[in-house]
Design a protein around this ligand. Structure first.
Ligand code: PNS
Length: 160
């Protein structure tokens, strides 16, 4: 049984994230989606809220579990027994950033590789930050996020 770890901020989960989860769930027998807590970065949603939303969004995938983690990705690799780390890559900027992270994580884990999945064409432009900005101004974000994320954002910004 192979386990893939998909770490991220997920503040909040978008259709781009959900597409990666759907694709990874077909490639590995077990997928751990992890909300990484960065104490230096104040998100719009609390890590607990992001994880709850993801849990609900991943309900239909029996091989996907959701966690929250306050340390390094490498620690989580060990504690969940991950064989590989998975990241979605939208463009050259993502590739550059993720490649650096992959080097650190390979060194810290004694060889665990990071697998890059190219973002689907439909979702290449979607980012949590853009979606939050649009939602803050009351713009329609329905084509970028799952309905549950849209509801959570509307509630947060009191536009719905
Ligand atoms: O969804 P994001 O914002 O691209 O996720 C980035 C994240 C959370 C995966 C990254 O910041 C991260 O790995 N943070 C944990 C700290 C860590 O393990 N760093 C790796 C070596 S510097």
């Amino acid at each position: 049984m192979k386990t893939a770890l998909y770490p991220g901020s997920f503040d909040p989960a978008t259709l781009g994230h959900m597409d990666i989860i759907a694709r990874v769930s077909k490639l590995f027998s077990r997928v751990v989606v992890a909300v990484l807590v960065n104490p230096a970065k104040n998100g719009l949603f609390l890590p607990e809220e992001r994880a709850e939303l993801l849990k609900s969004l991943c309900k239909s995938y029996p091989n996907v579990e959701v966690r929250m983690h306050g340390g390094l990705v490498a620690e989580l690799v060990k504690s969940v027994g991950a064989d590989v780390i998975v990241k979605g890559v939208r463009d050259a900027a993502d590739f550059s950033y993720e490649t650096t992270m992959a080097y650190y994580n390979r060194a810290l884990t004694g060889g665990v590789e990071t697998l890059f999945l190219p973002a689907d064409e439909k979702f290449r432009h979607i980012s949590s930050s853009a979606v939050k900005e649009l939602a803050a101004h009351g713009a329609d974000i329905g084509e970028y996020v799952p309905a549950e994320t849209e509801r959570a954002l509307k509630e947060r910004f009191q536009h719905g």
